[in-house]
Design a protein around this ligand. Structure first.
Ligand code: ADE
Length: 226
C-alpha cells in the first residue's frame, strides 16, 4: 500500500510514522508513506496556500491551485483508489471503514487547515471525506496520522502476531475482553482463575462472555449493529 499525504505542515507528521509498527511496516516494504508540502506546489509568487473567503467572513480558505496541482502530479504517476479529505463534517471513521481501506493499493490524504479547503476540490477531486470524531482539531494532520495508523496495522504481515488485529476491540462489533500478565497474584489482586487453568475452550468462552458483558455495559449500540 502507498499513502500520499498532502499537508502544509509535513514536520508534524515526521514523528508518528518513524516508530514502532508504522516504521516496521515501511522497513518491510509493506507500505510507503510519502509527505508532500502543499506549499511546494503553489504558483503564487509568495508561495501562498490560503486566501480570504468569497462573500466575506472570518477565517481563511485553502486555495484550489496548489492542492489540485499536487493531486494531478501524483495521479499522473499512478492510479489512486481514493482521494480522502480529513474533515470534521466527513463520515465517521470506524473499524469497518479501516478494514475496507486497508485493502486499497494507493491512497491520497488531504489535510485541511483554517476554514477548510475550497469546495471545488471537494466537488471535483475528493472521493471520500472522513472525520475521526465529533470534535475539531486545528488541522487534518493528526486525523491523517490516526487514519494511517489504523489502516496500516491491518495490512497482512505488519503485525507480528497475525491474529492480534482480529482480536482487537470492534473487529466483531465487540469490545475486547480484559487481559492480564505476570504476576498471577499482585498484592492479593489475582488473575481470574480460568486464565491460568490451561483449558483453552473455557478460556475462549470466558473471553467471549467478558467481551459481551463489557460491550453491553459500555457500548450497547454496538450490539444492535449485528
Ligand atoms: N480536521 C479537523 N478536525 C477533524 C476531525 N475531527 N476529523 C478529521 N479531520 C479533522
Amino acid at each position: 500500500m502507498r499513502i500520499d499525504i498532502l499537508t502544509i505542515l509535513p514536520r508534524l507528521l515526521d514523528g508518528p510514522f518513524a516508530d514502532s509498527i508504522l516504521e516496521r511496516a515501511q522497513q518491510r516494504g509493506l507500505c510507503e508513506i510519502h509527505l508532500h508540502n502543499i506549499r511546494d506546489y503553489s504558483t503564487d509568487k509568495h508561495k501562498g496556500v490560503d486566501d480570504y473567503q468569497f462573500g466575506g467572513g472570518a477565517g481563511m480558505v485553502m486555495m484550489i491551485q496548489p492542492i489540485a496541482d499536487c493531486i494531478d502530479t501524483l495521479r499522473g504517476q499512478r492510479n489512486y483508489d481514493e482521494v480522502i479529505y480529513l474533515t470534521p463534517d466527513g463520515s465517521r471513521l470506524g473499524q469497518h471503514m479501516c478494514n475496507e481501506l486497508s485493502l486499497k493499493a494507493n491512497l491520497i490524504l488531504v489535510c485541511g487547515h483554517y476554514k477548510g479547503i475550497d469546495q471545488r476540490l471537494r466537488d471535483h477531486y475528493v472521493t471520500r471525506e472522513i472525520s475521526i470524531g465529533d470534535y475539531v482539531l486545528s488541522g487534518g494532520e493528526l486525523a491523517a496520522a490516526v487514519l494511517t495508523d489504523s489502516i496500516v496495522r491491518l495490512i497482512p504481515g505488519v503485525m507480528n502476531d497475525e491474529t492480534s488485529a482480529l482480536t482487537d476491540s470492534f473487529q466483531d462489533d465487540l469490545l475486547a475482553p480484559p487481559v492480564y500478565t505476570r504476576p498471577a497474584d499482585y498484592k492479593g489482586w489475582k488473575v481470574p482463575e480460568v486464565l491460568t487453568s490451561g483449558n483453552a475452550r473455557r478460556i475462549e468462552e470466558w473471553r467471549m462472555e467478558q467481551a459481551i458483558l463489557k460491550t453491553q455495559e459500555r457500548r450497547p449500540d454496538l450490539l444492535s449493529n449485528t
